[in-house]
Design a binder for this molecule. Structure first.
Ligand SMILES: Cc1ncc(COP(=O)(O)O)c(C=O)c1O
Length: 435
């Protein structure tokens, strides 16, 4: 490995030439020690609470201290909602704690059927299949549908699970949200493949911005391609009634395959795929991770309540957006670069892995628990601190986060460094070009 430990990322230890798995693991352990010695290894922090706006962390010398937590994608706070918890408990009382079989051979229980019907109805569509996680919903679906004769055309910003799902097929990528490049690929690959599937996210988890879905759908129709969209981070957050990016553009019927997760807004765990009845039925028997794996536990019946709450208690979405706007406006006025966020994820760009790690460490010192994001999730020069906002945060907590950032900037001069100013200028130019 040629990269020094301070600049390295997990990815650099994935497959090192000449080292067997134990030797790679040993080198990886040295890398973790190196980062830990500077207080920069802030992954897998042991949280002492559930998804709360403030949590305790098992850190030396920090017992009893509470940190404002900006790491949970529990956007509407439903992991802690009394009615959602009650629904899980009631289902456990009724059905027990496990399903103990895969769906085709015994593991398909009434609550699974109810979740399928409800999530399909939520998107005004016919049918849905459930998966163990959002990750599997994406990877299993694409693996089942796209083979050697097909082409997956991915926005570069889509989640890792979509990339994994496309390992059995041909792949082309286009720069994030770049419609001219997408059109170029569609033109260049005309009549070359059996199926062409454009794969996008609704809200992109790292840039935190929104897909140009209207243009994607238009191009797909023009060039005879299908559209699959994963809106893991948009549902519950975006759209008048929280249906996500599909609602924003009113394209419920035009997106061929809708995928998503129950692990964010819905507050539980699991994934779903929504499409027409025949395609869903096909997936139920052809998606290997569906047919050969046990179904969700009875606690997942709580998802039924979460789905209802999106309509029954819209005040959570209002509150979420108050928090998002307060924090984002505050960071912008402090001079930070928050990228192009249009969602409940707010990044602060630092542009350098070491600076990123130090910012994250100092934030913790100031009582704020946020995530450092680096390569390969984003390019090395796009390193950032990522914050997920919840409806259950208070404005007072958002102000504490802003004070913490001001203090961190006094120490690290993030808003004044060269890389930052360069990025800011670049962003300004992009905006001007769009005008
Ligand atoms: C865009 C996107 N899709 C899918 C997933 C995977 O969802 P899950 O955590 O339910 O496996 C994530 C998780 O972070 C995500 O950000």
């Amino acid at each position: 490995m040629n990269i020094p430990f301070e600049k390295a990322s997990f990815k650099d230890f994935e497959d090192i030439r000449g080292l067997d798995p134990y030797q790679q693991a040993e080198l990886f352990a040295q890398y973790i020690d190196n980062w830990s010695s500077r207080g920069h290894w802030n992954y897998r922090q042991e949280s002492l609470n559930g998804c709360m706006p403030e949590v305790g962390l098992n850190l030396p010398g920090k017992s009893g201290k509470k940190f404002v937590a900006l790491v949970f994608n529990d956007y509407l706070g439903f992991t802690q909602h009394p009615a959602v918890k009650a629904a899980a408990i009631a289902a456990i009382e009724r059905y027990g704690v496990g399903a103990a079989a895969s769906p085709a051979i015994g593991g398909h229980v009434s609550y699974h059927k109810e979740i399928e019907d409800k999530i399909a109805g939520f998107f005004h569509r016919d049918a849905a299949a459930l998966f163990t996680t959002g990750y599997t919903a994406n990877s299993a679906t694409m693996q089942a549908l796209l083979k050697k004769e097909d082409l997956a055309i991915l926005d570069m910003g889509v989640h890792a699970s979509m990339y994994e799902g496309c390992q059995l097929t041909n792949v082309k990528t286009f720069p994030h949200n770049h419609m001219e490049k997408l059109e170029r690929i569609l033109k260049d690959t005309k009549d070359m493949y059996r199926t062409r599937m454009i794969i996008v996210d609704g809200v992109y988890s790292q840039p935190a911005d929104i897909c140009k879905l209207d243009e994607v759908v238009k191009l797909a129709r023009q060039y005879g391609a299908y559209v699959a969209m994963d809106d893991a981070h948009g549902v519950g957050v975006i759209g008048e009634t929280g249906r996500g990016v599909i609602e924003l553009y009113n394209l419920y019927k035009e997106v061929d395959i809708i995928t998503g997760t129950f692990s964010k807004t819905f507050g539980h765990i699991g994934g779903y795929v929504v499409a027409n009845t025949e395609l869903i039925n096909y997936l139920k028997f052809q998606a290997r991770q569906h047919i050969f794996s046990v179904t969700a536990t009875p606690a997942s019946a709580c998802i039924l309540k979460s789905i209802d709450l999106i309509d029954e208690e819209p005040q959570w979405r209002t509150k979420l957006w108050q928090n998002i706007n307060h924090l984002k406006n505050g960071l912008d006025s402090l001079g930070f670069d928050t990228g192009n966020t249009q969602s409940a994820i707010i990044p602060v760009m630092t542009g350098d892995p070491a600076l990123n790690a130090e910012a994250c460490r100092l934030l913790l010192e100031a009582g704020v628990y946020a995530n450092q994001i680096g390569y390969p999730a984003v390019p090395r020069k796009s390193a950032r601190i990522r914050m997920s906002i919840m409806a259950t945060h208070t404005i007072e907590q958002m102000d504490r986060v802003l004070n913490a950032w001001a203090w961190v900037d006094d120490k690290l001069h993030i808003t004044k460094n060269e890389q930052f100013n360069y990025r800011k200028k670049e962003k300004q130019q992009q905006l001007e070009q769009q005008d």
